[in-house]
Design a protein around this ligand. Structure first.
Ligand SMILES: [Zn+2]
Length: 456
């Protein structure tokens, strides 16, 4: 969208103009925000992803699967075809088909790419993309980072063809304050010129997340971060991240399990660039814009060609086609009736899941602790209800689609006195993997509308 300028007009020389627009931030794709990124729709209330790693085996797609990918409205045909080309490079190493469908494709898609400006780069991790409503994107690419700024800087400095063309058409260059505004003018007269390295690197990094890869800097022991205020301040300045974002996106360390037996790979496309002043030992990593040999090895181990199932396979569940969480106050039975609706698919390994509903205080912004010693309606000290499901391998079950086949119920009497204050119900699905030290993975989390407790 074009911006309106209310600033006083000042005439600038060509050089001064280039200098002025040069002030646009130059540090790019330093971070992309996965999962809990502030722009991500369906933000999870509870972060249990701290044990998630370089590749999250629990969020992988089926080996050999065809993923349907769609562009959200926006992005020129040239830009789209480049993104498509770079994304599909993963197909050489992963036994996955990345199939781009037309904009008017009416069926469900797995990954939806938004090409735009102002939101940064991010993607849902692996099958978590299925949790995003079909009307929303699952992956964002901020196209401002892909423009060949060097070319336009030189052109502006040297009175090159682009700025000459703009001047001859009477463009109001005196009113241009940022690169974005300048590029908007350029885009009016010709397709933008792209920086292929940035475009390829960022696209492949984000698609890497979409097929289950996590940041390589989260490899245990890989980076001795200097967690000084200056580092936090730098991420605030360049990415707009709060301290908690930096802790999550940059400093987080994952369990060794998720390395899938690989060694730390500083050349990984999933590694952030790191400046030496940000580490205790002066370690640094340049920006990587190519899928590394290490990336090729891990992705082909996770999605092997010529093999039905990866050796790294864990029990996986895939939740999709969610409807908004239905919770109602049932005054006849005296409690909250929780009726979640979704499809749940399992892979070839048998898994167990817990469906958990917990009571959350809207006013106090916290879960309700139980006040009795009773085991019933006590979920690890939090007031709620749960039940355990043993799932058959290779099954596909629909919950509460047409027929009501699953309900969690929490009696009002089990909820500590809250007077007439509002509560909400948080519904989670946890996968229990008995083969991996009873690992518990939160696969889904949803918060109900605000509910009122009946007056006593
Ligand atoms: Zn990332």
């Amino acid at each position: 969208m074009k911006k309106l300028f209310l600033l006083p007009i000042c005439m600038l020389s060509m050089h001064a103009f280039a200098q002025q627009v040069l002030n646009f931030p130059q540090e790019r794709r330093l971070g992309c925000a996965t999962e809990l990124g502030k722009y991500m729709p369906n933000q999870q209330k509870v972060d249990t992803t701290t044990t998630r790693g370089m590749a999250d085996n629990y969020l992988l797609w089926d080996n050999g699967e065809t993923l349907l990918i769609k562009f959200m409205p926006g992005g020129s045909p040239t830009l789209r075809s480049k993104v498509m080309q770079y994304a599909k490079e993963w197909e050489k190493y992963a036994n996955l088909t990345l199939k781009f469908v037309e904009d008017n494709y009416a069926g469900n898609t797995n990954i939806r790419i938004k090409l735009g400006t102002g939101e940064g780069h991010y993607s849902k991790l692996g099958t978590n993309s299925n949790l995003v409503p079909q009307s929303q994107h699952t992956l964002s690419l901020d196209t401002i980072d892909f423009v060949d700024l060097k070319y336009y800087q030189q052109d502006a400095n040297n009175g090159g063809p682009v700025i000459t063309a703009l001047r001859s058409r009477g463009a109001r260059l005196d009113q241009v304050k940022t690169w974005l505004d300048y590029l908007y003018l350029v885009a009016q007269i010709q397709p933008l010129r792209w920086n292929e390295d940035e475009l390829r690197g960022t696209t492949q990094h984000e698609i890497g997340h979409a097929i289950g890869l996590m940041h390589e800097q989260s490899y245990p022991g890989a980076i001795k971060w200097n967690k000084a205020d200056s580092v936090y301040a730098w991420y605030k300045k360049t990415q707009g991240w709060e301290r908690s974002d930096v802790d999550y996106q940059v400093f987080r360390v994952n369990d060794q399990f998720y390395s899938n037996g690989t060694a730390y790979d500083p050349r990984s496309i999933m590694q952030y660039p790191i400046a030496s002043w940000q580490t205790m030992d002066g370690f640094s990593v340049p920006g990587n814009n190519l899928i590394s040999e290490g990336d090729k090895r891990i992705i082909s181990a996770l999605y092997p060609k010529g093999k039905a199932v990866s050796d790294k396979e864990v029990p996986r569940i895939n939740i999709s086609n969610l409807k908004p969480l239905m919770v109602s106050a049932d005054n006849t039975r005296g409690g909250f009736s929780i009726v979640p609706s979704f499809d749940l698919k399992t892979n070839s390994k048998l898994g167990k899941v817990y469906f958990v509903a917990r009571v959350y205080s809207v006013e106090n912004d916290r879960l309700y602790a139980v006040t009795t010693q009773s085991e019933t309606y006590n979920i690890g000290g939090i007031c709620g209800a749960a039940y355990l499901m043993n799932l058959q391998p290779n099954s596909n079950v629909s919950y509460n689609k047409g027929t009501r086949n699953m309900e969690l119920f929490i009696p009002f009497s089990a909820i500590p006195a809250v007077g007439d204050k509002q509560v909400a119900i948080i519904f989670d699905v946890f996968l229990i993997d008995n083969n991996n030290g009873n690992m518990s993975k939160q696969m889904y989390s949803s918060v109900s509308n605000k509910l009122s407790m009946p007056r006593k």
